[in-house]
Write a protein that binds this ligand. Sequence first.
Ligand SMILES: Nc1nc2c(ncn2[C@@H]2O[C@H](COP(=O)(O)OP(=O)(O)OP(=O)(O)O)[C@@H](O)[C@H]2O)c(=O)[nH]1
Length: 554
Amino acid sequence: MEATAALTLSSSPAAVRRSPSRLTVASLHLRRVPTPASHLCGAQGPAAFRALSSPFPGCRRRRRGSGMVVRAEMFGQLTTGLESAWNKLRGVDRLTKENIAEPMRDIRRALLEADVSVPVARSFIESVTEKAVGTDVIPGVEPEQQLVKVVNDELVQLMGGEVSDLVYAKSGPTVILLAGLQGVGKTTVCAKLAFYLKKKGKSCMLVAADVYRPAAIDQLTILGKKVGVPVYSEGTEAKPSAIAKNGLKEAKSKKTDVVIVDTAGRLQVDKAMMNELKEVKKAVKPTEVLLVVDAMTGQEAAALVGAFNGEVGITGAILTKLDGDSRGGAALSIKEVSGKPIKFVGRGERVEDLEPFYPDRMAQRILGMGDVLSFVEQAQQVMRQDDAEELQKKIMSAKFNFNDFLKQTKAIAQMGSFSRIIGMIPGMNKVTPAQIREAEKNVKFMESMINVMSTDERERPELLAESRERRRRVAKDSGKTEQQVSQLVSQLFQMRARMQKMMAGMQGKDTPDMENLMESIKSEEQAAAGAGQPRRKYGNLRRRDLDRMRGYRR
Ligand SMILES: Nc1nc2c(ncn2[C@@H]2O[C@H](COP(=O)(O)OP(=O)(O)OP(=O)(O)O)[C@@H](O)[C@H]2O)c(=O)[nH]1
């Protein structure tokens, strides 16, 4: 049977055709098994959740400069190229090899225009095609949204997947050796790194091993002063490897945590440069050898990282000048081409302008679709097939218990706070902030009671239904009244009944009618405004459950 997921995301292909400029995410529907809605809404009625579960207008793609989605201008062209790929999928039912062929060509073109190398673009396209075609359809998520997600995940992988942290030495100072061609920003990076590490509570020392450009030593000394870090130098006469070795000795004697060695840059890769680097490396046995590359050089930067790694052996790259006019090819290709991760990126000339490289954030910037991605991810999470199937079995056997209740509550909480979700959906002005706060308060309120229940009580709500003693204990331990606990137990049984009714309807080939369902929830809640009041009929609720409920209400 199909996944019984509770929350799904969609807007109909018809709506998309009517409004092609709209991104098609974003109506939240209750499908098949209803997410327990009423428990989020408490006695005040499920207004907030009802509003969430009713179809909304599509989530409009944020225009450039609208302020809601931060787009890296650097990737602007790539982003625009990708957009045309999504547009070509509007209105299709599922992703097939045939219907994604043209969008894939757009993506390939966009990557090449961003200065990604041909082999990298080719393998990217192959991988996206394979995953997109094989991807499970998530009910309610539009095919182009799924493609956005696949492209996002592949971009993240392409850029190295996880963030690659600096490695520190197990004992003694951590030595970071910086290498790179002339003018890429090495000296500036020395100061930026020291500034970054100081903020992390590490003591640092800079070592001036660029003996060919006298101004480099002065520049490093000035920058060292600026960030409050000592600079070790021996002028321009000594050998770089000796300077680095002596600098390390001094750092050891001062118990410095991190030593950053600045080396000379050349206009191009040459043998002398490589040999010198190898010597310095041998002299100080660095924990990290980082190649500084300029993002403006595009795919050449990636090739350079590969070349340095082959010759000298490096641990990663630092990509500078991402604030400039580059097209992004370097960020996309370095890991794939060289096998080495980008560890930091420089986004300006100031010492503060260095940050760790986060592949996921970068991918989101490229796509400029953070809202779509979080919707698809959340839908996937909420709809994990195993959970859903297990839940379905429980519903059918009337075993839906407080653990499931809590799980569902948390699944909804995972959809982001109510306010956040609503904030992402333009046109969602039917739910007032007060209603949102109320719904959130109710979730917490119920959790506090469930949290103090014993394992048995959570698994078998009947125990609470049967025993006033137990209800009193839960009330006392959670600081609530006995009546409030009774009401919670009552709500769980009502929910079981509603779910079974719906499942029975589905199995009887009736398509569940959400309008009717919500109406029936509403009228049930009106009929049962308090746990002590008589209720109207309970649909498919089992006789045993009813008896038990009666037992606890007596
Ligand atoms: N816009 C921008 N400029 C940067 C960045 N990083 C460095 N620069 C600038 O690039 C220029 C060269 O930087 P340096 O740090 O001197 O480069 P270098 O690699 O040490 O140069 P050599 O010592 O000649 O090898 C300077 O004007 C820096 O201010 C960055 O991330 N963004």
